[in-house]
Structure formats: structure tokens, C-alpha cells
Design a protein around this ligand. Structure first.
Ligand code: NAP
Length: 258
């Protein structure tokens, strides 16, 4: 028996989705797929030009620039959406920053900025969107990462920010499900974007942003809570995550040395 944890979203017509982090990579590909499927899409990120290029001539697309680290910016965009009667039914938190980084390579300003983007930005957004979602119904989707499953060396700030999002999604699910708000947790493996272009190692099971966007759409159509892909890669990380420390930590230490 399959227990469906969330509403399955297969028909996107008459849905309005706010994709935050839509100027490149997975967010841009997802916005494009959603538009193709008939959804209205609000595209947000800091850079207007790539979002305007994606939205040009596409029915149902609108662009609102946003810096997720700025509480006032969230309030401003939200009031514009309310003014235009364009409140979203689904809010996808996709914005993030990353740098491959070890624990002896920490810099306070950069650390604060990454955590502000990857984690605080989600809290600032939730504060703005949840009152309306709990009143009218809808959903939120957090894009975390398989890097949040366990402490992978080389992701000393990024990994914990994504682990926090996984934890946050579980809390949100428990608290919001009874209030009629769906919570989706999206954990991609490696996807070929500007973010991973900074990696100097070979990335197993690397997907294109379009493949990732389609996997996300398939997960939403299943009504899954966790949408992780590709399974041929996430399976191994899930196994690693569940190993006892006495087995897992030596493996992680070996990974750090390699
Ligand atoms: N690529 C992967 O292998 C992979 C794997 C697992 C999870 N993920 C996650 O997938 C999501 C998308 O990443 P991606 O790989 O597609 O990277 P990407 O191409 O670099 O996209 C990152 C997006 O975040 C936006 N962003 C960054 N800082 C922002 C800010 N302060 N305010 C608003 N928007 C901001 C960027 O737009 P602007 O610069 O225009 O603001 C851009 O649209 C991220 O959450 C990432 O952690 C990626």
C-alpha cells in the first residue's frame, strides 16, 4: 500500500507557482517546464535579465526581482502579488549559493552570506507566505540536497544549510499538514548548473537542469513528500546516511582524504 503524503499535482493548468531562484539552473528549468505544462509562474531571483528572457512571449509568466536575504524585499514582492491578485498556490524555494569549502577555509562574511541565502532566506519567505497559504490552501517546496543527508567533506557551510532545510521541511510538514498546506522536500543529486561548475571532481549520475525539473514534476505528480533523484545515486547516499557512525565516519574521512 502506498501512503500518499501530499496532494498529487499532475494538472498545472489554473495553478500559480512562485519559483524563487528562477534566473538559472534548476529553478529556470522548472519555471520553463511549469509554463509548458500550463501553469502561471512567478519568477524571482536577483538578476532580472535572464528571467525576462525566459518569460518573454510565454503566457502566464511574470518576473519579480528579489534578494531572498532581505526581509523588506520579500514584503515588497508579496504586496505587489497581493495587489495584482496573483498570490501563488505553490512556493518553490530554490535559491542558494555554494562553494566547495573545507573547515580550514572559513571566512565570516562569506559564511554569513551563504547561510543567509540558503537558510535565513527560506525563513524570511515562509514568514511572508504562510499566513496566506494556511488561509487559502496550497503548498511549499524546499529544494535541499543530498548533501544534507550526512556530513559530506568539502561542503562545510553548504551541507549544514541543506541538512537544516531537510529538518525544517519535516517540521513544516507536521505543523502544516493539519492546516491544509502541502510540504514537499526536494533532494537532487548532481545537476549540471553554475553551482556545480565550481566542483573540480567528477560528479556521478550528473543530470541536466531539464532532467532535474522533470524529476521534480514527476515527484509532485506522485504526491511524494521527499522527491530525490536520480535514484541510482541517492540510493547510495541514503544507505550511507543510515550506517552507524563506526562505519560511516571512517568512510567520510576516506572521502575527505581523496
Ligand atoms: N546543481 C546541483 O547539483 C544541486 C544539487 C542539489 C541541490 N541543488 C539545489 O538546487 C537549487 C538550485 O541550484 P542550481 O544548481 O540550479 O544553481 P544555480 O544555477 O546557481 O541557481 C541558483 C539560483 O539561486 C538564485 N539566488 C542566489 N542567491 C540569491 C539571492 N540572494 N536572492 C535570490 N535568489 C538568489 C540565483 O539567482 P540570482 O543570482 O539571479 O539571484 C539562481 O537563480 C539550490 O537550492 C541548490 O542548492 C543543486
Amino acid at each position: 500500500m502506498t501512503l500518499r503524503l501530499n496532494p498529487a499535482i499532475a494538472d498545472w493548468r489554473s495553478r500559480r507557482v512562485w519559483v524563487i531562484g528562477a534566473s538559472s539552473g534548476i529553478g529556470a528549468a522548472l519555471a520553463s517546464e511549469l509554463l509548458d505544462a500550463g501553469a502561471e509562474v512567478i519568477l524571482s531571483a536577483r538578476r532580472a535579465a535572464p528571467m525576462q528572457a525566459l518569460a518573454a512571449g510565454r503566457r502566464g509568466a511574470r518576473v519579480h526581482t528579489l534578494d531572498v536575504t532581505q526581509a523588506e524585499a520579500w514584503r515588497q514582492v508579496w504586496s505587489e502579488l497581493e495587489h495584482d491578485d496573483a498570490r501563488p498556490d505553490l512556493v518553490v524555494f530554490c535559491a542558494a549559493g555554494y562553494r566547495p569549502q573545507h573547515c580550514l577555509d572559513l571566512h565570516a562574511t562569506e559564511t554569513r552570506h551563504l547561510l543567509d541565502t540558503n537558510l535565513l532566506g527560506v525563513y524570511l519567505g515562509l514568514e511572508v507566505v504562510l499566513p496566506a497559504l494556511t488561509q487559502h490552501g496550497g503548498g511549499v517546496a524546499l529544494i535541499a540536497s543530498v548533501a544534507g543527508y550526512t556530513g559530506l567533506p568539502g561542503a562545510v557551510v553548504y551541507g549544514p544549510s541543506k541538512a537544516a532545510l531537510i529538518n525544517l521541511a519535516e517540521i513544516l510538514y507536521a505543523e502544516l499538514k493539519p492546516r491544509g498546506v502541502a510540504v514537499y522536500l526536494i533532494n537532487p543529486g548532481f545537476v549540471d548548473t553554475a553551482l556545480t561548475a565550481k566542483n573540480d571532481f567528477s560528479m556521478p549520475a550528473l543530470l541536466t537542469p531539464r532532467q532535474a525539473a522533470r524529476d521534480i514534476m514527476r515527484g509532485l505528480a506522485r504526491g511524494a513528500f521527499e522527491i530525490d533523484f536520480p535514484w541510482r545515486f541517492t540510493l547510495w547516499l541514503k544507505l550511507l546516511q543510515h550506517l552507524p557512525y563506526r562505519l560511516r565516519l571512517p568512510m567520510l574521512a576516506r572521502l575527505a582524504r581523496s
